[in-house]
Design a binder for this molecule. Sequence first.
Ligand SMILES: *Cc1c(COP(=O)(O)O)cnc(C)c1O
Length: 410
Amino acid sequence: MQLSGQQYQIQGLNVLDICQQFGTPLYVYDADVIIRQINNLKSAFNTVPLRIKFACKALTNISVLKLMQTQGIGIDAVSVAEARQALLAGFKPKDITFTSNGVDFSEIQEAVELGVSINVDNLPTLELFGKIFGNTVPCCIRLKPNIRAGGNAKIQVGHEHSKFGIPLAQLPDVHTLVTKYNIVINGLHIHTGSDILDPEAFIQGANVLFTVAKEFPDLAFIDFGGGFKVGYKKGDKTTNMPDLGEKLSAAFKEFCKDYGRELEMWFEPGKYLVSECGVLFVKANQVKQTPSITFVQVNSGLNHLIRPMMYDAYHEIVNVSNPAGELKTYDVVGYICETDTLGSDRQLNEVRADDVLALLNAGAYGFTMSSQYNARFRPAEVLVYKGEARLIRERETMEDILRNQILLDF
Ligand SMILES: *Cc1c(COP(=O)(O)O)cnc(C)c1O
């Protein structure tokens, strides 16, 4: 979204017109930004055989997935239903990875039947996998590199006490199972967390994988996970992709020489591809003056964007209806009956009732983490593609609230 004169625009369209047409609250995604991010990643790693697998839990709308598909990237799914959505969007099974985490084995069997590639993250599952599939279906294993990296304790998932991945100390057990059942390990995987700024954290993880990889002769790829840092606040530092690309590619080439074969380098970015593309537009219902704080009460809340309340995440907020208004200080709060703060102590251009506010960088983990809490409808979603705003999900209605409920006859 850019300010052009006195108007906020997405691909030249006035965002107020988009909100007028589709109503608020509304998620709007800019396809150009998604494509730009994909290309940034591709060009940072253009000297190695790169495969990008979009971690689609960040934004699963099937039209967004289809857009990703047209850009030649794959999908990292964390449930079979996500994998099925990707298939529906046009992905081939071979371009989808199912990164399971503590799932019932039937879900892995279902994924194998769909033909998607499998990532296993615990020993009991690896044993069952071996027993049932032997050497007929390869699998990747997720390791826990004992690295603490990431923006917030809740999104650090590679450290010693994290539930994710097989601890390095259990590698001997992995080998025992691999030998016993003849399992073909075609990849090694780590994902250390989200909002990782320091290229060193990736290099450190890579070095762990390079060492372990020498014990697995059948590898086709190494998967370095996701977690690149994006900017939420003005002036926030972000992962320096060209720098990371240069350092990691060099290390990877060195490793491949040692390994004796050229492997593929995989990444599974979520946020990096879709955070910046998305804006959540909400309407100011009232401006409520109190002796200490001026609240802007909006027609949305943690039911539509839970990141501020769940992760203390910061989303920049802009009054798109009054770009020239005098700057004043507000707390922007939602309508959910809980403490429901979207942003506190924010300088906004003066807010009046019915103004439209934009919550920026809301493309990742926005809609996908939304709920019907307080019996509120989930917002509609719009994709701006080639200068045209297209509806890609209808706003929910009362029918959606009642769907699957059963009224007993007492
Ligand atoms: C969530 C997740 C990602 C994406 O993380 P981002 O911080 O959004 O890049 C990648 N891989 C796995 C296994 C994940 O669970």
